[in-house]
Design a binder for this molecule. Structure first.
Ligand code: SAM
Length: 236
């Protein structure tokens, strides 16, 4: 089954962009997944095909209109479409590998890209958009976020990664960051590859990698191991 991605955007020329090369690009050419863009401008109103307007209540910037967005979403995702409808948004659930896996196991996704100050809240409710963030920072538009999300999802689709094991061992696969990787030359600027890796003892290598992954995770991302930051005891 082809994973079907539909992206609603004011800038369709930004797609496929990076998704058209390497793993994702090859998979796109081989129809492992499909990508269509919906140009928001085509659904704009009036002579100038306006897609935005000033915020109700005043304030800086412009807001994408609910009616324009709804028209664009409905054009690719009529009632009964089983795909999740996502809105890229800094307010959303932060994208992680669990959500990426969940999306990759489904039929596809409708991905709405915001611009300006964001989108009219009513379209989020009326079209049941799930807000997804790619991190705690603000982009100028949802398109780079949509590309990040789709890149992460597409590489998990069956047949996309040549060596399946690479997906099973990499960062987050077991709530661990990946162990350090090495390749030729054996000595680089006086630094040698750890001898265990050239021992040929697969059991030892696996144990060493696991130990390294645990150490790295404990040092850099202890929360992945279930560690919670220490709280100060209640006063009094
Ligand atoms: N005024 C909004 C706020 O403070 O939350 C920011 C709007 S931002 C300039 C324009 C659009 O970029 C958003 O509607 C969203 O689609 C996208 N965007 C910005 N940062 C994002 C992030 N961290 N993750 C996902 N999308 C983001």
């Amino acid at each position: 089954m082809t994973f079907r991605a539909s992206v609603v955007t004011l800038f369709p020329e930004m797609f496929p962009g990076p998704l058209g090369v390497s793993l994702a690009g090859r998979a796109l050419a081989e129809a492992v997944w499909s990508l269509e863009t919906v140009a928001l401008r085509d659904f704009g109103v009036g002579r100038h095909r306006a897609v935005d307007d000033t915020p109700a209540g005043g304030g800086a910037g412009m807001v994408l209109r609910a009616d324009v967005l709804a028209g664009a979403i409905d054009a690719v995702s009529p009632p009964g479409d089983m795909r999740p409808r996502l809105l890229m948004s800094p307010r959303g659930r932060v994208l992680d590998q669990a959500l990426v896996r969940e999306l990759a196991a489904g039929p596809g996704a409708v991905v709405v890209c915001g611009r300006f100050e964001g989108v009219d809240e009513r379209v989020i409710e009326a079209r049941r958009l799930q807000e997804v963030s790619i991190g705690d920072y603000v982009l100028s538009g949802g398109e780079p976020a949509a590309i990040v999300l789709l890149d992460a999802v597409v590489r998990l689709l069956p047949g996309v990664m040549g060596n399946l094991a690479s997906g099973e061992e990499e960062s987050f696969a077991a709530d661990l960051l990946e162990y350090p990787q090495y390749t030729r030359p054996q000595v680089f600027e006086g630094r040698s590859i750890p001898t265990v890796l050239i021992s040929g003892d697969h059991g030892r290598i696996a144990r060493w990698r696991r130990g390294q992954a645990e150490k790295l995770t404990a040092g850099r991302r202890p929360e992945l191991l279930g560690a919670t930051p220490k709280k100060a005891p209640p006063e009094g």
